[in-house]
Design a binder for this molecule. Structure first.
Ligand code: S3P
Length: 171
């Protein structure tokens, strides 16, 4: 039996990587983080890619990553916050995987991101972070709504992973 991948999407700081790692461990699947993969392959941080090559080049790297990972199985894939909002990427990954969208409030996102020192988010730089998050979330709301949502507010990563596991195994 092929093992359908699990694809985690959702806004920055919703816990995709933390929860994804727990889920991969529970299922015996391999965990892949698209940002991480791009960073390892380019030898640059996401912030450096945005600065040196621009956002469009980063989005093209995401598209390439989506096409490649869509051909594999047995993976839990944590995707960068905008990757699955591109219909071609969603089609490539959706072909072989179940998609879940993690949700959290802007306040929780700020708290989680500030504890994530190694991962600078170029799109949240400058200005009031809550305002930037609320604005970007509004733009992306309809895109995220296409996927099955899982609210993570006030929940531990373990509890979220357990709910996802149940959702993945029952339907
Ligand atoms: C982005 C989210 C980031 C990263 C990049 C852009 C976005 O990933 O891909 O900074 O546009 O939402 P995370 O969602 O893992 O933080």
């Amino acid at each position: 039996m092929t093992k359908a991948n699990i694809i985690l999407t959702g806004f920055m700081g919703t816990g995709k990587s933390t929860v994804g790692k727990l889920l991969a461990k529970a299922l015996g699947y391999r965990f892949v983080d698209t940002d991480e993969l791009i960073q390892v392959r380019t030898g640059r941080t996401i912030a450096e890619i945005f600065n040196e090559k621009g956002e469009a080049a980063f989005r093209e790297m995401e598209a390439e990553t989506a096409r490649e990972l869509g051909r594999k199985s047995g993976l839990v894939i944590s995707t960068g916050g905008r990757l699955m909002l591109d219909p071609d990427n969603a089609a490539a990954l959706g072909e072989t995987g179940r998609i879940f969208c993690l949700k959290a409030t802007p306040e929780e996102i700020v708290a989680r991101i500030s504890g994530d020192a190694g991962a600078e988010r170029p799109l949240l730089k400058g200005g009031d972070p809550i305002e930037r998050i609320v604005g970007l979330m509004r733009e992306r709301e309809a895109g995220y709504a296409r996927f099955q949502g899982i609210d993570t507010s006030g929940q531990t990563p373990e509890a979220v992973a357990k709910r996802l596991l149940e959702a993945y195994q029952t339907d």
